[in-house]
Every structure is written in structure tokens, then in C-alpha cells.
Design a protein around this ligand. Structure first.
Ligand code: SF4
Length: 348
């Protein structure tokens, strides 16, 4: 019998399930710390902090907030570069969109296992629930994740443990199997009940997934980026910009990113030095970035498009400032493009 508490590392996404799983294990007297992997595609704290329509949601990083609620340390690990190997070539394919959920889980649990070994922890905790997600959380895939991640029986899913083979944490008596749960399926009711029992009234509402890759519109923009770049590579700025603005591609050589509201204008301002950008001056209007190469005619086309999304959309002429990559600014006056003249196929 050991005289110090067992130590677990819990994957914390910021959602309810991982919060509950960590708390269940804490209740058993285990020392739990959280780990959160930053892929660049995470939803957490991004659009909520930018867009007005999301203002009703608390502007916070939910993973940090969960750690605070549970009184535990959180390790945020940047895996932006390493994650590309998961996204470029997922062995188990994609979900409904560009979300490689099964490969992603295997990868994150493998990283958590490495972290656990390097830091002297005993086991790993996740909030996975059997049958919760069609591909990555089926009963048949649970052992696949455990085996291929290398974590094997060091991986404990406290919310579904009673539906799964005993793990080392149970065998060693670090946690009592009788105090674990047997949740199964897509219903959220058992989790909500458990949240009430723990006194959690405020938690991130369950969404379609923990990252933008589950989103059809986002995945379409990412596919478009890869197609026109001629390679499936990306950097952090690329994938952050896909989360923001209206994206229009009038040509294979360039696209326009047009802010939809004040918060997005401020966000895109941070990228002005990297892109040719335009902003209306005669009327209130959005900031827009041009991603790609444009000739003079195409620049005028971009100006007409930006004018279309400004307060001057009904005016005969709208004046805009265009700033090149060299920082030199020029003014131009254009007639706004009528909405019905913009082909649907330009919208990404
Ligand atoms: S939703 Fe995103 S972060 Fe979550 S498992 Fe799927 S790919 Fe990974």
C-alpha cells in the first residue's frame, strides 16, 4: 500500500465531461492535474472573445476555468506543429467534416502518456463516454484508443468505466470501481445529473465538438486553402484567419477576408502588415485582407466587393484606402458591386 496519493493527469477540454471525470477521480483522494492540448483549431476562447453574437457566452478559456473550479493545476501544451501529422494522414479517416477524431484522441492520449511518464504520474483520465460520439467514442474504439496510444490499462474513463474492462487504477486500488460510472450513449442527462450532485451549475454547454474541424463551414475553408495553395500545409496564422470574417475567392490566385463586425476588424488589424488590405473611408465599412496575388483590375474588383459590404452599398461611389505590402497607401473610388452580381461560388 502506498503512503502518498496516486497521481493522475486528466485531459481537460473545457467541456462538462472532462470536468466531471477529473472530479470523480479527485473525490477518490487522487492528486489530479489537468492537461490541455492546443492544436490551433480549438474553439475555446476564440470566437467567443471576438464576435458580438457570441457575447452572451462567457469570454473565458474554459479549460483554465475548469481547472480553477476543480482547484487543480493545468498544463497547456502547444501541439500545433505535431498535430499536422494527425490531420494530414489520419489512419482512421475523418468524421463528418475534416475532424480526424479517432486519430486525434489516440494522439492526445499518447502525448498525455508520455507526459505522465516524464512527470511521475500514475494514470490518465479522460471524459470519454461509450457511445457518445459516432466514431471516436464507440465501445469498439475505446480499446483501440487505449492500445494505439500506448496508454493501455493506464487509461481510465471514470464516466464509463463500468462498461469497460478494469484498468490498473482500479486493480491497484487507486480508485474504487464501485465509485465510478457506467454512462453509455448520447444522452447528456446522466452528466447533467452528476453535475448537479457535484454542485456545478455553470459549465460549457455541450457542443458538436471541441474544435473547429467539426464545423462544415470551417472545413470547407480549410479545404479551399489547401487546394489553392497546392499543398496541405498551414501555419497557425492560416488556421486562425479561417475562424474569422467572410471569405470570398474570386480567383484561384487570391481570396478576400472581409471582417463582419467590429471585433473581427480589430482581430484582422493584427494581420495588416502581412497582407494587402483595404478599408472604406467615405462610409463606415469593414477591413479586408487580400490573401494572394492581385493585378490592378483584381484590386479594383476587391475594392468593389469591400464597398458592397460597407454602409455605402447603395451609394454611387465609395472611396477606399488600399495599403500595399510595402505600407504605401493609395485611395480609390469604386461603384459597389451589386449583391446579385457576386457569384455564390465565390463564398467560402
Ligand atoms: S473534435 Fe477536434 S479536438 Fe476533439 S477529438 Fe475531434 S478532432 Fe480532436
Amino acid at each position: 500500500m502506498r503512503d502518498t496519493p496516486a497521481k493522475a493527469i486528466a485531459l481537460i477540454s473545457g467541456g462538462l465531461d472532462s470536468m466531471l471525470a477529473a472530479r470523480v477521480v479527485q473525490e477518490q483522494g487522487v492528486h489530479v492535474e489537468g492537461i490541455n492540448f492546443f492544436t490551433g483549431f480549438c474553439v475555446e476562447g476564440h470566437t467567443h472573445a471576438i464576435r458580438k453574437q457570441d457575447r452572451a457566452k462567457p469570454q473565458r478559456n474554459n479549460a483554465l476555468w475548469v481547472a480553477e473550479q476543480l482547484g487543480m493545476r493545468l498544463h497547456i501544451v502547444d501541439i500545433v506543429d505535431e498535430y499536422k501529422q494527425v490531420l494530414f494522414n489520419p489512419r482512421y479517416g475523418f468524421g463528418a467534416n475534416l475532424n480526424p477524431c479517432l486519430d486525434c484522441k489516440i494522439f492526445m492520449i499518447r502525448k498525455a502518456h508520455q507526459w505522465m511518464l516524464a512527470h511521475g504520474f500514475d494514470f490518465i483520465v479522460t471524459g470519454e463516454v461509450v457511445g457518445q460520439r459516432p466514431k471516436s467514442q464507440r465501445k469498439e474504439t475505446m480499446p483501440v484508443v487505449a492500445k494505439e496510444s500506448g496508454a493501455d490499462d493506464l487509461l481510465l474513463r471514470p464516466l464509463s468505466a463500468k462498461n469497460l474492462p478494469e484498468t490498473r487504477a482500479e486493480r491497484e486500488g487507486w480508485v474504487a470501481r464501485s465509485a465510478l460510472y457506467g454512462f453509455n450513449g448520447r444522452s447528456r442527462k446522466p452528466q447533467m445529473q452528476l453535475a448537479r450532485e457535484f454542485g456545478f451549475s455553470d459549465y460549457a454547454q455541450p457542443a458538436g465538438g471541441c474544435c473547429f474541424l467539426t464545423d462544415a463551414a470551417y472545413s470547407a475553408k480549410l479545404s479551399d486553402l489547401w487546394e489553392h495553395r497546392g499543398s496541405r500545409n498551414y501555419d497557425l496564422d492560416d488556421i486562425m484567419l479561417l475562424k474569422v470574417g467572410r471569405h470570398l475567392r474570386p480567383s484561384p490566385r487570391f481570396k478576400l477576408i472581409i471582417a463582419r463586425e467590429e471585433g473581427e476588424v480589430r482581430f484582422l488589424e493584427g494581420y495588416r502588415k502581412q497582407f494587402i488590405h483595404l478599408q472604406t473611408v467615405s462610409h463606415a465599412g469593414p477591413l479586408a485582407l487580400i490573401d494572394g496575388d492581385v493585378d490592378d483590375d483584381e484590386l479594383q474588383l476587391c475594392a468593389r466587393l469591400v464597398a458592397r459590404f460597407s454602409q455605402g452599398r447603395q451609394a454611387d461611389r465609395v472611396e477606399l484606402r488600399i495599403v500595399g505590402l510595402d505600407g504605401n497607401a493609395s485611395l480609390t473610388s469604386v461603384s459597389p458591386m451589386p449583391a446579385d452580381a457576386i457569384p455564390e461560388s465565390w463564398y467560402r
